[in-house]
Design a binder for this molecule. Structure first.
Ligand code: ZN
Length: 763
């Protein structure tokens, strides 16, 4: 059965790729070598560089014809200027990993991991994996060699070895790879070898770039260009605008039993503040009362010092603000960052916002610096000077040791571990630590008079727990506002929450999670702010092209919260708990079928679920078996729950939803929540029209037109319209006749690698 489903996926991927002009002449297992996104990458390489390759090969033919006709070989004219310029260099700075090229070894056979690893550990500086001269380019060899490379890169770069640098030598320009056809032509073997290898290893390759990581915190001082420029700008601007410029805080704090700073520490305070005074600051901050005099002395001695002045245009310092700080990363520096972060989080969770650690006051700002450094180092697979890889596991192991030596209680350690995991494991950088820590120290909750508990989890997320949880029979996730301008379901959820909080509706055996998907876009009354969030689920939010988008972080958060609701928080009970997710939407325009559900499904549909939808006034269900990026696809595939995207009519602004009648859905939801639903009449499912996704049409250019017989359609942008059997519709590149009655609905949008938007229509 599983194989059948997988085969379905395989063929559906192939179909999808074909519609994008990509043909993969290979077996299902070969998707491991070149998965769907890799094939798309290869197609892009082919489309960008393929022509140039062919013209180079053509040039070769022209040259030999020229020779045959009696021509004499000469050096090409268009590179004359380079030959005449002795200062011309390949690159100003060679990547550090490639500086020492004393010994490289050729790996003649990369089809097994054994032989490749033997070369990597041979003591040579580099290993050349040869797809060129020493390679027989049959598919078996191509597939096995790339599989080896992929596996070795994934496992070896994360280990603490001094392996030789991998140098992949692709096939020569004349060879084609006939297993991947793009727009009907085979891709170049060289682009295939390059593309597949880069696709699988780009993360660790980028990580090895030297400039990618900041030095440790102890080296982030006034010696760094960006910080000095920042200080100078601050002073100059403050004085220009007639306001005092105050410097940083001297964080020294008496440690141990001491109540005052020692003379040495006071000297250090004085020196630090004197340096700031020299830069023109008017004063500074200290952390301990015993440092007040030392600080005052530094600034009162200022008259003796020539105050550095900034001449000319102060704004030229802006450039220096972007200078990447330089320096080392030592094990001691890393451990110090971990210590500060761990102890700071523990204190914060216990109610303390600034704390002295090893004689230095740490506050949120300094904890954030350490957190940011650790996150960056982990993501870049940085090794310390001593050769220790800074991994998430290393940080967690150290955190555990620190917690042990500080006698931290298990429950506190669990919270610490959770906070650290979220902060350091997240793919995108989390802006502020308190956003993550706040829910651990704050329970905004409300208990209805009859005992129902309503808890605010984070913005737009409310969890409802019935008074008696032992009889739990249903975990119900209701979401709306995934698109901010689809207001009717938001109003419906509000109404239900109001009823629950006032005991007009009492959940019985039903835990609920209410999610308002995209609060920012709800406030703005727009579908989305940066990008449609409903195409970012199932991990898509981590794609490079969405980094920094508001919605990608929200999608990551909603994935975590919903998964937690359905799994981690599931109460231990012998009862079979039904788990359901309704993600409620409305559509931009009125539609032929007003209310329908999209049912992410890779196996049999549940008659009970279908009957419920029919009883809720839904008219049709589209069974979607292509892998999706929607919220309901995520909960279906990851939490294994019965998930539906409900399209409930035409979208209107708040309080203008009179046109939409959601009363039957509302009654259904209420009966599911309070347990009054009773026996479900499965026959009512017969009232539903069922559709299966049979084909996708992807819009590739703006000239694309979906021409439909307007007898059946009100508007080309109708979300759903029906097609009688035999109706003809044409779209580029051809004419298609509907073999049986069908339905057409755009289910979403995907963004092409070239950033061109395409509409995906499912028929
Ligand atoms: Zn929507």
């Amino acid at each position: 059965m599983a194989n059948v489903v997988e085969m379905d996926y395989f063929s559906s991927f192939k179909k999808q790729l074909e519609s994008e002009g990509i043909d993969y002449v290979a077996n299902q297992i070969d998707f491991d070598v070149a998965p769907v996104d890799c094939l798309r990458f290869l197609a892009e390489l082919h489309r960008v560089f393929g022509t140039e390759r062919v013209s180079l090969l053509d040039e070769r033919v022209r040259r030999s014809a020229f020779l045959v006709a009696g021509g004499v070989l000469t050096l090409p004219q268009d590179t004359e200027s380079i030959r005449c310029d002795p200062s011309w260099r390949v690159q100003t700075s060679i990547p550090p990993a490639l500086k020492d090229r004393t010994v490289d070894i050729v790996c003649m056979d990369a089809t097994t991991e054994q032989s490749l690893i033997a070369c990597m550990t041979s003591g040579a500086n580099g290993v050349q994996v040869d797809f060129d001269d020493g390679f027989q380019c049959g598919w078996q060899n191509v597939r096995n060699s790339h599989t080896t490379l992929k596996n070795v890169v994934a496992t070896r770069t994360a280990s603490e070895t001094s392996d030789a640098v991998l140098l992949v030598r692709p096939r020569s320009l004349n060879l084609s790879e006939f297993h991947v056809l793009v727009d009907g032509a085979p891709v170049s073997g060289s682009l295939f070898d390059f593309g597949v290898h880069m696709f699988h290893s780009v993360k660790s390759t980028i990580a090895n770039k030297e400039c990618d990581a900041f030095p440790e915190r102890s080296q982030l001082g006034l010696n760094q260009e960006f910080l000095l420029a920042y200080y100078k700008l601050l002073v100059a601007i403050a004085h220009q605008r007639g306001i005092a410029a105050t410097g940083g805080m001297s964080p020294l704090f008496p440690s141990g039993a001491a109540t005052e700073l020692s003379p040495e520490e006071l000297e250090s305070v004085y020196k630090g503040k004197l340096a700031e005074a020299e830069l023109g600051f008017d004063g500074a901050l200290v952390a301990h009362r015993s440092a007040v005099e030392a600080c005052r002395k530094a600034f009162s001695n200022r008259s003796d010092i020539k105050v550095a002045s900034i001449d000319g245009d102060i704004w030229h310092y802006h450039k220096s603000l972007l200078a990447i700080p330089k320096g080392d990363i030592t094990l001691a520096g890393v451990n110090s960052s971990i210590t500060v972060l761990v102890l700071y989080i523990l204190k914060w969770l216990k109610g303390v916002g600034a704390t002295a650690i090893n004689g230095v006051v740490e506050d949120l700002a300094t904890a954030e610096i350490n957190r940011a450094l650790l996150w960056r180092w982990i993501r870049s697979h940085i090794k310390t000077k001593e050769g220790v890889l800074i991994s998430f596991q290393y940080v967690l192991k150290s955190a555990r040791e620190i917690a042990m030596s500080n006698n931290v209680k298990p429950v506190d350690f669990t919270n610490l571990e959770r906070v650290i995991s979220i902060l350091l494991h997240s793919h995108s950088f989390i802006d502020f630590m308190p956003t993550i820590m706040y829910p651990f120290v704050t329970t905004i909750q409300f208990e209805a008079q009859l005992g129902t508990l309503l808890e605010w989890i984070c913005e737009g997320v409310v969890r409802v727990t019935p008074k008696q949880l032992e009889t739990n029979r249903l975990d119900f996730l209701l979401s709306s506002g995934i698109h901010g301008n689809e207001t009717a379901p938001i109003e419906l959820m509000d109404k239900i929450l109001q009823m629950i909080s006032t005991d007009q509706l009492i959940p019985v055996g039903c835990r609920l999670l209410f999610i308002y998907g995209n609060p920012d876009s709800i406030r703005a009354g727009k579908r989305f702010i940066d990008v449609d969030i409903n195409r970012l689920f199932n991990g898509r939010h981590s794609d490079q092209e969405y980094s920094g988008c508001l919605e990608s972080k929200r999608a990551e958060l909603l994935e975590r919260i919903s998964l937690e609701f359905f799994t981690a928080l599931k109460p231990k009970s012998n009862l079979v708990v039904e788990q359901i997710h309704y993600d409620m939407h409305t559509a931009i325009r009125g539609s032929k079928i007003e209310k329908f559900a999209i049912y992410p499904k890779s196996n049999a549909s549940s008659p009970k679920q279908l009957a419920r939808l029919a009883q809720s006034d839904l008219e049709a269900v589209v069974i979607q078996n292509e892998v999706g990026r929607s919220f309901s696809w995520f909960t279906h595939s990851k939490a294994k729950v019965e998930s539906f995207t409900l399209e409930l009519g035409k979208a209107s602004p708040f309080k203008q939803n009179q046109e939409i009648d959601l009363s039957r859905l509302e009654n259904k939801l209420i009966s599911m929540i309070d347990g009054s639903e009773g026996c479900i009449d499965l026959d009512s499912a017969n009232n539903l029209q069922l559709f299966k996704v049979s084909r996708e049409i992807i819009k590739k250019t703006d000239s694309f037109k979906l021409n439909l017989d307007l007898n059946y359609v009100n508007s080309i942008r109708c979300p759903v319209f029906q097609l009688p059997c035999g109706s003809k519709r044409c779209y580029d590149p051809g004419l298609y006749t509907c073999p049986k009655p069908g339905l057409i609905c755009p289910l979403g949008h995907v963004v092409h690698a070239s950033h061109e938007a395409k509409d995906v229509f499912n028929i």
